[in-house]
Design a protein around this ligand. Structure first.
Ligand SMILES: Nc1ncnc2c1ncn2[C@@H]1O[C@H](COP(=O)(O)OP(=O)(O)OP(=O)(O)O)[C@@H](O)[C@H]1O
Length: 292
């Protein structure tokens, strides 16, 4: 770490005296409902009085634009290049939820130049926006970027739906994160299910393969029903938790938000945001070339 980065982290330590919870939402396969889970749960958390930031690392701004009608020409890449401050690029969504549009490129965080590393750390350390919870909506697939964000977060939520490709992709991301990045605990959201029972069966299917081949702990943290009102709310450019607060999926997002609030923040130095940024730019510590 360069002296510049170290001083940036120290500064962040002083400024972020309050602990921040960082939660990554991944899934492997696209279209499983990561963004819906991230944004709706973020708004549900905000309704419960939490200050929430969503880092939209999902490819492009299309999602946020379509779902919330928000547009921006600036994203994280402008922050990394020093053209903008993090505070300048934060969009305000419903209930004051802050949204950081990430870069739409596929550049990996571990491949950032030293200057960009320092820029990222400085950007977070100088951020004036105060918040309690950072939700990182990662991109589809298992790129380095997705892996770095997941590794750097305190909790990794994996969204899965009952399709063979979704289960295979969820397994693949859990495998890489556990074998190569030292992440062993995963919180599973069963999405688009028809009943609680179907959600539990889906969880059981995934657990069966992970138990057999991997040394990981999975926990089912939410079962989100298939809900037509999601599509209807997208058409209204509103979130379902706003447009249809009593709808089954909205109720599930609120239940997940209630759980998130209870997830402990580790007492290690990792409780703070600087730990997130430090880990984001670090190379993987664990390397296991064994393959199945
Ligand atoms: N529980 C649900 N019931 C019905 N439709 C859903 C549900 N969850 C998500 N969807 C719909 O599925 C589509 C994909 O959802 P979303 O954009 O949240 O997925 P994603 O995993 O973020 O996808 P990508 O990574 O490709 O952006 C959207 O049209 C969304 O409205």
């Amino acid at each position: 770490m360069s002296p510049d980065q170290a001083s940036g982290l120290r500064m962040m330590n002083q400024q972020t005296s309050e602990k921040v919870k960082v939660i990554a939402v991944s899934g492997g396969k696209g279209g499983v409902g990561k963004t819906s889970v991230s944004i709706n749960t973020a708004v549900a958390l905000a309704e419960k009085g939490k200050r929430v930031l969503v880092l939209d690392a999902d490819l492009g701004l299309a999602n946020v634009d379509v779902m919330l009608g928000l547009r921006s020409d600036l994203n994280l890449s402008h922050v990394l290049s020093g053209e903008a401050e993090l505070d300048d690029i934060i969009l305000r969504g419903p209930k004051g939820v802050g949204i950081i549009p990430a870069t739409s490129g596929t550049q990996s965080m571990v491949e950032l130049s030293p200057a960009q590393h320092a820029g990222l750390i400085r950007a977070f350390s100088e951020m004036r926006t105060q918040f309690d919870i950072l939700i990182v909506d990662t991109a589809a697939g298992i790129s380095d970027m997705v892996l770095s964000f997941s590794r750097a977060s305190q909790d990794v939520v994996i969204v899965v739906c009952d399709e063979p490709t979704s289960i295979t992709d969820a397994y693949a991301i859990i495998k890489i994160l556990s074998r190569e990045h030292g992440v062993f605990r995963f919180k599973i959201v069963a999405n688009m299910v028809r009943s609680l029972r179907e959600g539990m069966e889906l969880f059981a299917k995934l657990s069966k393969v992970t138990d057999r081949f991997l040394d990981v702990a999975l926990e089912l943290v939410a079962t989100v029903p298939f809900d037509e009102n999601l599509r209807k709310s997208v058409r209204k450019q509103k979130l379902i938790v706003e447009a249809f607060p009593k709808s089954p999926a909205s109720i599930a997002y609120h239940a997940l938000a209630n759980k998130m609030i209870t997830w402990p923040i580790p007492q290690q130095p990792g409780g703070h945001l600087e730990f997130f940024v430090e880990r984001l730019v670090q190379r993987p510590i664990y390397k296991d070339d064994e393959s199945e």
